[in-house]
Design a protein around this ligand. Structure first.
Ligand code: SF4
Ligand code: SF4
Length: 767
């Protein structure tokens, strides 16, 4: 606990002109003087002179904590650092005090004595001081850790990951379940372009990559081997292999790739029914073998049609690879029409469309487009007289691949057109007749092709089996996404390689459909994350999003009732439990989100520098006027420091203001909000509580995946309790805000405040 504090109030950035800095000092002196031997102002605290003055006081007065009342903790954090033995608390007087003070209403009210910028700054300063007095410097236990990186999967991505980690000096164990390295790429004739000028397909370079990995002294390779069990925690994992060996490893790159999707979804386009309708994988194999032929008669086709149309719902303009919602799914018949099936017709409008087929679509991507372009080139390369057609819903060639598309457009023998496929039928002599509408020609057309080629979905290997066989209380497999079943769930926006099992980083097509170039980049990214993880575990600090955080949850087991809420709600499976249900923490799995602290009804979980008492004490520093019409209402905002708090800062920086009756306290995640804070606030007479955090649901943005969703569930319980006490449940609300919604967040606050004013004072006010 910080015991000798220095409190500094900055006069820069317009603060001295807006508030009486000495009055802020006096407020702190009146309450905390014994613990604060130094309380002073400085004209510009972040100047070299300002920093030097603080350093001199630390040395002379032996300060173990400094409370800097100045700008947001999000700025100048590199300036205001004073070593590992001095705790620093930043009081945000600039962005969330002076700069966001309402220059019209607020100033008028201030003149009437019912609002006061000075009061706001004084309160925030007191909150900062009390926060420091409740904080200790975290002292992580550092266990012995292993630094070997396990790469699971010896295909293109796994080989690149192994190469990357080994080239950075790390020992790597590469485990591949088949007998040879190379994965699916072994069967590729060519890849679409990976380098300048991005106009021609070329050899994959797989042989060279395999040779490099084979030659590396840092890489130990096990082929014909699978991972039977993966137990432990980052830096301390044990991998039991199918060959009976147990390996000590620090972290893992998951590169187990993809499997081809079920071809039953291609039935509406004739697959399985018409012999000369084949998949891209079948065509690739033929090309690699030397010649492309028709299955029906072994003849070389003179015309080949690639259909990049959403197989299961051909009339639906499905928005590409990420199908979040599909209106047609609700309207379309759930089964293939019986009459169409009876006539042997392969395709009709939306022959079936259900969630499963949507999933098929979700697992497709621009890869389908690029593979079709590549294979259309094979057709004309093998026979310059042949014609390749590509019919598509969406030509998806993001980024530099646009060049490859343009090169194909210019190539004689390749024809491209948007089209809605209406039917695919057998023609004479083994041909296939494709009827389509809404083509680029503006008319319905019918094409007779010698061969039709269809893409299949890329399904992550994690969709079919646990793959890693985790020994976690939460199960063998990764928690997955609701809609895109099979992909390991994490925060895709901010942390693409993350899984919800700390220390395991997914790369390549097991993470998202992608080609060789992106997979190689992904492999490098995931390898770096795996290295960062073993390095963090070795120092006892957190991996991102709280990279470098030395704190970890401490449990006071004496008061634990074994209710298991913490073990069940931890989004990262960091807590095991003993047979009685007492939590057993795995510190290196923990991301320090505080969700367990928010969950615990007994309030027995705390962090050295973040705990129930700390935030409770800050709430108690809020001054609540006994009557709303005298000093105005009061609202507490518990703001997630990942999105909501920065959004408020950015709003202020852009000249926006919001009601000055609110006080903002940052929290690690809304998941860490314990109901007792809300109860404390309401019983103190605070008129409303806003829980301001990330979006939740299928397209969540929570950095800790489930935190804001769990908070919402807890809020429902709080609402019930408020109702029982005769308090309007609307006084406590959770609002969702993304970091870039700084333009709307002030309006959200003001709207909430208007509602509170209309509702009148909290019935507990004055008690
Ligand atoms: S809920 Fe968060 S802080 Fe608690 S154990 Fe799990 S990861 Fe760690
Ligand atoms: S939530 Fe609290 S009381 Fe319940 S098991 Fe966890 S530590 Fe114990």
């Amino acid at each position: 606990m910080a015991e000798k504090l220095g409190v500094y109030v900055c006069g820069g950035c317009g603060l001295a002109e807006a508030v009486d800095l000495d009055a802020v000092c006096t407020a702190v002196k009146n309450k905390y003087q014994p613990q604060c031997p130094v309380i002073k102002t400085h004209p510009v605290l972040c100047s070299p002179e300002g920093k030097a003055a603080i350093e001199a006081d630390i040395a002379e007065a032996g300060l173990d904590g400094v409370c800097l009342c100045a700008c947001s903790p999000r700025s100048k954090w590199d300036v205001f650092a004073f070593g590992d033995t001095v705790q620093v608390e930043r009081v945000n007087l600039r962005e969330q005090g002076v700069w966001s003070f309402d220059k019209e209403t607020g100033v008028v009210e201030m003149a009437k004595g019912i609002n006061d910028l000075q009061l706001i700054c004084n309160e925030y300063a007191l909150m900062g001081v009390v926060k420091l007095t409740k904080s200790n410097i975290p002292n992580p236990e550092v266990a012995e850790t292993f630094k070997t990186i396990l790469v699971l999967g010896g295909g293109w991505t796994g080989l690149n990951a192994a190469n990357a980690a080994a080239s950075l000096g790390y020992e790597v164990v590469l485990v591949e379940k088949s007998d040879t390295l190379g994965g699916k790429v072994v069967n590729f004739y060519k890849t679409f372009p990976l380098s300048h000028p991005y106009t021609e397909a070329h050899e994959t370079g797989l042989d060279k990559l395999i040779s490099q990995v084979n030659a590396s002294k840092k890489v130990t390779i096990f082929t014909g081997t699978s991972l039977e069990k993966f137990s432990g925690a980052p830096g301390q994992y044990k991998a039991l292999l199918s060959n009976g060996q147990t390996l000590d490893v620090g972290s893992m790159v998951l590169a187990t790739g993809w499997d081809a999707g079920d071809t039953k979804y291609l039935a509406p386009l004739g697959y399985g029914e018409i012999k000369n309708v084949i998949t891209t994988a079948e065509l690739e194999k033929m090309a690699k073998g030397g010649s492309i032929t028709r299955p029906s008669d072994g003849k070389a086709p003179r015309s080949v049609a690639f259909l990049l149309n959403t197989a299961a719902c051909s009339t639906v303009a499905c928005p590409s690879d990420v199908v979040m919602e599909c209106d047609a799914a609700a309207d379309a018949p759930q089964n293939p029409p019986a009459e169409a099936a009876a006539e042997g017709e392969a395709a009709g409008p939306a022959p079936f469309c259900d969630l499963e087929s949507q999933r098929h679509l979700a697992l497709s991507s621009e890869i389908s487009t690029l593979v079709a372009l590549k294979q259309a080139n094979y057709v004309v390369e093998k026979d310059p007289e042949a014609v390749a057609f590509i019919f598509y819903d969406h030509m998806m060639v993001p980024g530099i691949n646009e060049r490859y598309y343009k090169a194909a457009q210019d190539k004689p023998g390749i024809m491209l057109s948007k089209a809605e496929i209406k039917s695919v039928k057998s023609g004479s002599g083994g041909s296939v007749i494709i009827s389509m509408e809404n083509t680029l020609l503006g008319e319905s057309i019918e094409i007779e092709a010698d061969l039709v080629v269809l893409p299949t979905a890329l399904v992550p290997t994690t969709a079919h089996s646990p793959v890693v066989n985790l020994e976690y209380r939460q199960g063998l497999a990764f928690p997955d996404l609701n809609l895109f079943e099979g992909y390991a769930d994490s925060n895709y926006i901010c942390f693409p390689y993350e899984t919800r099992r700390t220390g395991i980083y997914a790369a390549g097509a097991v993470r998202q459909p992608m080609g060789l170039a992106l997979s190689a980049d992904d492999a490098m990214g995931a390898a770096l994350k795996a290295i960062q993880c073993v390095s963090s575990a070795n120092k006892g600090v957190a991996v991102h999003p709280r990279s470098g955080d030395r704190s970890y949850p401490v449990f006071n087991f004496v008061r634990c009732t074994q209710c298991k809420r913490c073990t069940e709600e931890c989004p990262f499976g960091a807590l095991d439990d003993d047979p009685k249900g007492t939590p057993m923490p795995n510190p290196t799995r923990c991301r320090r989100c505080g969700t367990c602290m928010g969950a615990c009804p007994e309030r027995v979980i705390s962090f050295d520098n973040y705990n129930i008492d700390m935030i409770g004490s800050m709430i108690r520093e809020m001054q609540v006027p006994p009557k709303m019409d005298v000093g105005g209402p009061r609202v507490l905002i518990l703001a997630c420091e990942n999105d909501a708090y920065p959004a408020l800062d950015m709003a202020s920086l852009r000249g926006k203001s919001w009601s000055s009756y609110v006080r903002v306290i940052p929290v690690r995640c809304l998941g860490s909000v314990n109901a007792i804070w809300v109860a404390d606030a309401m019983s103190k007479g605070i008129d409303g509580v806003m829980l301001l955090g990330c979006k939740y649901g299928d397209d969540y943005q929570c950095h800790f995946v489930k935190g804001s969703e769990l908070c919402n569930r807890r809020k429902e319980n709080i609402s019930e309790s408020l109702k029982r006490l005769g308090v309007e449940p609307e006084r406590v609300d959770q609002l969702q805000v993304a970091i870039d919604e700084y333009d709307v967040v002030p309006g959200m606050i003001d709207q909430f405040m208007d509602m509170i004013v209309k509702m009148g004072p909290n019935p507990f006010k004055g008690y």
